[in-house]
Design a protein around this ligand. Sequence first.
Ligand code: SF4
Length: 271
Amino acid sequence: MPQPKHAMEIFQLLDKSNCRECGEKTCLAFAGAVFQGRRKLADCPKLEREIIERFSEGDQDNVFQEGADYLEALKSKVAGADLGEVAEKVGAKFSGGKLTLKVLGKDFSVDTRGNLSADIHINPWVAVPFLSYLLYGKGLPVSGNWVSFRELKDGQERYALFQKRCEQAMKRVADTYTDLFDDLVHIFSGKQVEKQFKSDISVVLHPLPAVPIMICYWLPEDGLESSLNVFFDETADKNLDVGSVFSLGVGLAQMFGKLALRHGFPGAVST
Ligand code: SF4
């Protein structure tokens, strides 16, 4: 049996009774906590010993190794592709054997040998979607119609985890670190747009040119808590697989948390 590579695979191993004996409210929450490394599979008393042993600590190293292996596999695949043709499909620049497009406003490139280079730090959460976008994206133009993650193909079943690791994590940062939206505009080439869905702030980022992300934030009002939602263009699941869309959302949330920490706001990342 293959090792789980993401939280939904961990969820599939569970009893799904939401009995709460592990201390989490649902099995999905428990799966997310295991995926984040905050809990161990053995904390679920309903799991069979054989499954726990199969996915024990040592095996979890393999999970990360497999993630790294997947990145290497994508690089090899890109090395075997006609990068000129790929550049034309996604509207990227191609010169000197290097394909370049903008990631959060900065140059991000891959050469004909699959080597990556960029003006920003090359994190796996952006490197894997970047290569998937080149290899498997349809290169469709952005439609301008915004939808939530759960409306994307295969987004519904992952939405609870996306909400927790992306939207709630971003909301914690926005609630605490009030300069966040200015930073998104100035550091990550975001654009403040006309307020959408009656939000107080709407900012659009481009982690990939044809996969824009709109973050809408509602300030607290009349005893109601603040809220934050993330929207994607309705073509996002054609230009990228939903796993990569998930990875971009969660990766951005982690990056915002680090930004807040650097500015001295530890409360922005506490759970
Ligand atoms: S103890 Fe196991 S079955 Fe019960 S909620 Fe937690 S993960 Fe689900």
